[in-house]
Design a protein around this ligand. Structure first.
Ligand SMILES: [Zn+2]
Ligand SMILES: [Zn+2]
Length: 267
């Protein structure tokens, strides 16, 4: 089997494990026992079927990009070069994602290609690959360009894809699992909690970064209430876990396309 086919099967299996299973268990038929972890920032006005066709299109684009990967460019790294190559690709992809995402929001022309990803204000893991084909190409071509520019090991790029899909799936979950005690440490707080991307889907105009909060902070594009919203959600979670009530009202400001701004934390 050729390289693209092998990698494509590997990606499909990965998608099933880190995207479809969390979606089914936490969003489509949510486990009642997990209700207290929900953040309920947004309002779902439609079902989930609108994500299916764009996702299938993204898989076709992904396959095309896999065919473009210059396999002869991969090198065999060892020692410190191998260990440094993963953080390097994460940092570069973090910047690549921020600036391409920022551009798609700032340009009216480009936003038409990103609009597909913003069809509901409460994202779920099913939105992870729900892209217009042009946007899908912008995202996946990174994996073909990177080995042409920076010598890297195939296993590093494979792990990078796992990292990207896991972080994206977690960021699109309407649940905040990031523990508050970790968030109290400034070094760890650099990593975006799920609240960050959920607020991006709700308010549209802020929170463009993917893994780390640096670019949003440096460029002044963090939502001004990001940290307070995260704390509010964690406070609501602790009330739910210590109370017999299954409903806690958490008032958030209204997001784009929303007609109500108060949701319950009911499963
Ligand atoms: Zn966006
Ligand atoms: Zn998203």
């Amino acid at each position: 089997m050729n390289f693209a086919n092998t990698q494509f099967i590997y990606v499909l299996a990965l998608y099933g494990i880190v995207v479809l299973i969390p979606f089914l268990l936490l969003c489509y038929a949510p486990l009642k026992s997990m209700a207290s972890w929900r953040m309920n920032l947004g309002v779902r006005t439609k079902g989930h079927s609108k994500e299916i066709l764009p996702t299938l299109g993204s898989f076709i684009v992904l396959y095309a990009c896999l065919c473009l990967i210059p396999t002869h460019k991969f090198v065999s790294l060892s020692g410190w070069k191998y260990h440094l190559s993963f953080p390097l690709v994460v940092l570069i992809h973090d910047a690549y994602f921020y600036w391409t995402h920022w551009a798609m929001h700032k340009s009216k022309f480009l936003y038409r290609f990103h609009e597909q990803h913003h069809t509901s204000s409460d994202a779920t893991p099913l939105d992870v690959l729900a892209f217009h084909p042009v946007e899908a190409f912008v995202h996946f071509i990174f994996f073909a360009i990177y080995p042409m520019v920076i010598p890297t090991d195939l296993s590093v790029m494979q792990f990078m894809f796992v990292w990207m899909l896991v972080c994206n799936s977690a960021g699109h979950l309407p649940y905040e699992f990031y523990p508050k005690f970790l968030y109290d440490f400034p070094v760890i707080r650099q990593f975006n909690a799920a609240t960050h991307h959920q607020m991006h889907h709700k308010y549209y105009t802020t929170n463009f970064s993917i893994y780390y909060n640096w670019w949003d902070r440096w460029m002044g594009t963090n939502h001004k209430d990001y940290f307070t919203t995260y704390k509010k959600i964690k406070a609501a979670q602790s009330v739910l876990s210590s109370s017999s009530s299954a409903v806690v009202e958490v008032p958030f400001s209204r997001g784009a396309h929303e007609t109500t701004n108060t949701q319950s934390l009911q499963g």
